[in-house]
Design a protein around this ligand. Structure first.
Ligand code: TXA
Ligand code: MG
Length: 353
């Protein structure tokens, strides 16, 4: 792991140095309250192109622009409905990204040619300090290789992207731990494009959510996929990863049967890990267990999610099994990440074969 590019975000000199790198068209990874971002000057096309190269991200996947002041966002959009202003007042700075028609100031590279642009104001002093020191908005996706688990520490960033990066600002572990909620506003109504740090319940106290989008993810959660592969794989560890339909303890009969079936043909023992929601179960079959929240608290579980996934991914396991979490509040964002890491598949009898 490359550590020589990691600099403390609490030292104001490092913020200035990072801003200088951005000014010259370089890339800087920086902490936010959700996950670490891989930042470039949003107005510098070459620097924005480098983000896509370093992340190996397809050019059709647009970036979020980060601002340090709601006023800055207003100039990036061509129209700003009252619903957006209400949400900005209530949730900014914070983990809510708003998608609205873009202004001429925004380049096609950032939006992948879409007529809209996603903007958010992060709730993190280092991120805000960096944007202010640059004096311009920063375009930034999560600072991980495309498709892999997002980074919630500077070390995670260095492990995945170290070689392609000029500077990593270390602000410690991210407090929220899952990405921002991406919300598009159409005709005054909200459509959740990605569940995240601000829950559907919180949003619906202020605006109406279109087509039951508050319920959409709940319905999708743990229902069998209508068409396999409908969900792209994302946030995924290298190790085979599968979401369980219920807690490990409840799934035990199917699990034991699957294990027996597997061992009837192959004698080498399977190395299995579990991403548990609350309590580590007693099972001799599990080599490693990561508990997201001993007390079963969703907010704590979210903050530990990516760290725990990365930990298990390093154990050289054959499979990582993941328990579902309750489908409410930030739990919907956690379930979304687990489902995507699992490629939309849910474990059933015989899944190990
Ligand atoms: O919390 C976060 O949002 C983190 C931190 C670094 O701010 N950023 C992040 O960026 O997660 P990224 O690029 O990994 O995810 C951004 C998501 C993608 O799913 C992208 O497709 C979507 O936002 N997005 C960006 N611009 C969009 C647009 N104009 N319309 C629809 N979706 C958009
Ligand atoms: Mg990402």
């Amino acid at each position: 792991m490359s550590t020589q590019k990691i600099f403390s975000a609490s030292n104001p000199e490092n913020i200035q140095k990072a801003a200088e790198i951005l000014r010259k068209g370089g890339l800087v990874a920086f902490p936010t309250e959700t996950v670490y971002g891989l930042g470039a000057d949003a107005a510098n096309s070459q620097a924005v192109c480098r983000i896509f190269e370093v992340k190996k991200r397809p050019a059709f996947d647009p970036l979020i622009i980060h601002v340090a002041d709601p006023e800055e966002a207003l100039s990036l959009w061509s129209e700003v409905p009252d619903a957006a202003k209400t949400l900005m007042e209530r949730f900014w700075p914070g983990p809510l990204t708003l998608v609205l028609p873009r202004s001429e100031k925004v380049s096609d590279l950032v939006t992948s040619g879409l007529p809209t642009v996603a903007v958010r104001m992060p709730k993190h002093e280092a991120a805000l300090g960096l944007i202010r020191a640059l004096g311009k908005p920063i375009a930034a996706p999560s600072a991980n290789l495309f498709g892999y688990t997002s980074p919630t520490s500077a070390a995670h960033v260095a492990e995945g992207l170290g070689a392609g990066l000029d500077f990593i600002l270390d602000g410690g572990p991210c407090a929220v731990g899952v990405e921002s909620t991406v919300l598009k506003i159409e005709n005054g109504e909200g459509v959740i494009l990605r569940p995240g740090g601000i829950s559907a319940e919180e949003l619906s106290t202020l605006i109406s959510l279109k087509g039951d989008s508050a319920l959409f993810f709940e319905k999708r959660a743990l229902s069998p996929m209508e068409s396999p592969g409908q969900l792209e794989t994302h946030y995924a560890p290298w190790t085979k990863f599968i979401l369980l339909p219920k807690s490990f303890a409840e799934f035990a009969p199917e699990f034991e049967e699957s294990l027996k079936e597997y061992h009837s043909t192959i004698s080498a023992p399977l190395r299995l890990g579990l991403l548990a929601f609350r309590k580590a179960p007693e099972s001799a079959s599990l080599e490693s267990v990561q508990v997201l929240s001993e007390k079963g608290e969703l907010v704590e579980a979210a903050s530990n999610l990516f760290q725990a996934m990365r930990y298990l991914d390093k154990m050289n396991l054959d499979w990582i099994l993941a328990e579902p979490v309750p489908a409410s509040g930030i739990g919907l964002a956690i379930l979304d990440r687990l489902q995507k890491a699992s490629g939309g598949k849910i474990a059933e009898k015989g899944f190990l074969c």
